[in-house]
Design a binder for this molecule. Structure first.
Ligand code: ASP
Length: 329
């Protein structure tokens, strides 16, 4: 029997055609020719959730996507979500946290060249995504260039190259080889309960890339603007300028009840505030270690944690826990 797969479309290059001012996303008709071929292998249903360039996707749209996955999953073996590549890592991370213990495979994919182009990478990406969606392994994944990664580990690393996504600080969940789709079961998230939809998010989270000599008043400004969470992409292992009043702003932010998470602006490896004195000073202030999370995962986990109504202590406790593979315990 063919596996039943639901395709939720949201727009992006994969569904784009040339318009007056460049590529514009269109609804699922653009994908029909490709889906016809995939119907040989799968029983496919399609729902258009939205039709946007992913640069225009906001937290409201993440909620709509998470809700569409949760509400429509009954009767399907897996779900594929087609999405623009530009913000797909954010959406896949956010949806991971909004759907704890999801009970079927949910696989995001897109393409760098529209399906309408004969040389598009879309057919390949869709095939990998459908194979993962039919694999029976629950979780939120992103499939691209014959690789499948956890949604909360994906980062877009190339603006135009076909190998656009990498699984940062985690092995791939699956790869296509001459043996077909080979799944690495050690990477898969573990379910601990019933699938839930927890869509509430706070939008009051700011991602700040530290630069040498940054004016610490920026933290006062963020507090005044009502931000409740700040993710700092610090230097290297988590270094922050602690001289020249550098810590003043962070101290005040923490005292004001803002949750401050420190990650690294290096793409690979982990921030570790326990190694240098500059890091230890941050820990004394009560900042939270982002460890080896991607900035996308740290940002969306903090938005989600605040959305659940957690206080700073609860948020610190949540960040010490691995929820879906986003940190290496
Ligand atoms: N701008 C497009 C988007 O993110 C890029 C893509 O899909 O590759 O919607």
């Amino acid at each position: 029997m063919k596996k039943k797969i639901l395709l939720l479309t949201t727009g992006g290059t994969i569904a784009s055609v040339p318009g007056g001012q460049g590529l514009e996303p269109h609804r699922s008709q653009v994908m029909e020719r490709e889906l016809e071929q995939l119907r040989t292998y799968y029983d496919i249903a399609v729902r258009d959730v939205m039709c946007l360039d992913s640069s225009n996707i906001r937290p409201q749209e993440w909620q709509l996507i998470a809700g569409s996955i949760f509400d429509n999953r009954e009767g399907y073996d897996g779900i594929v979500v087609s999405h623009g590549t530009d913000t797909m890592a954010y959406t896949a991370s956010a949806v991971t946290f909004m759907l704890p213990d999801i009970d079927l495979p949910v696989v995001f994919t897109g393409s760098q060249l529209p399906l309408a182009d004969m040389l598009s990478d879309g057919p390949d990406n869709l095939r990998t995504a459908f194979a993962m969606a039919a694999s029976g392994y629950p979780g939120v994944f992103l499939a691209f260039d014959r690789k499948v990664m956890l949604g909360c580990r994906a980062v877009k690393v190339r603006a135009s190259g076909f190998s656009a996504f990498e699984s940062v600080n985690a092995r791939y969940a699956a790869q296509v080889s001459n043996r077909g789709l080979v799944v690495d079961s050690t990477v898969l998230p573990r379910r601990t309960g019933e699938a839930r939809l927890c869509p509430k998010l706070s939008e009051n989270v700011f991602l700040l890339k530290l630069t040498p000599g940054l004016n610490p008043a920026v933290f006062d400004m963020l507090a005044a603007m009502g931000y409740k969470g700040i993710v700092i992409e610090a230097f290297g292992l988590g270094g922050v300028n602690v001289l020249h009043k550098g810590l003043r702003g962070i101290r005040r932010a923490v005292e004001d009840g803002i949750s401050v998470v420190v990650t690294t602006q290096c793409l690979y490896d982990s921030a570790n505030l326990e190694i240098y004195q500059v890091g230890a000073k941050l820990l004394e202030l009560g900042v939270i270690q982002g460890r080896d999370m991607t900035s996308e995962a740290a940002m969306t986990k903090l938005m989600w944690a605040l959305g659940q109504g957690l206080e700073p202590e609860g948020i610190a406790e949540l960040f010490a826990r691995n929820l879906a593979g986003e940190i290496t315990p």
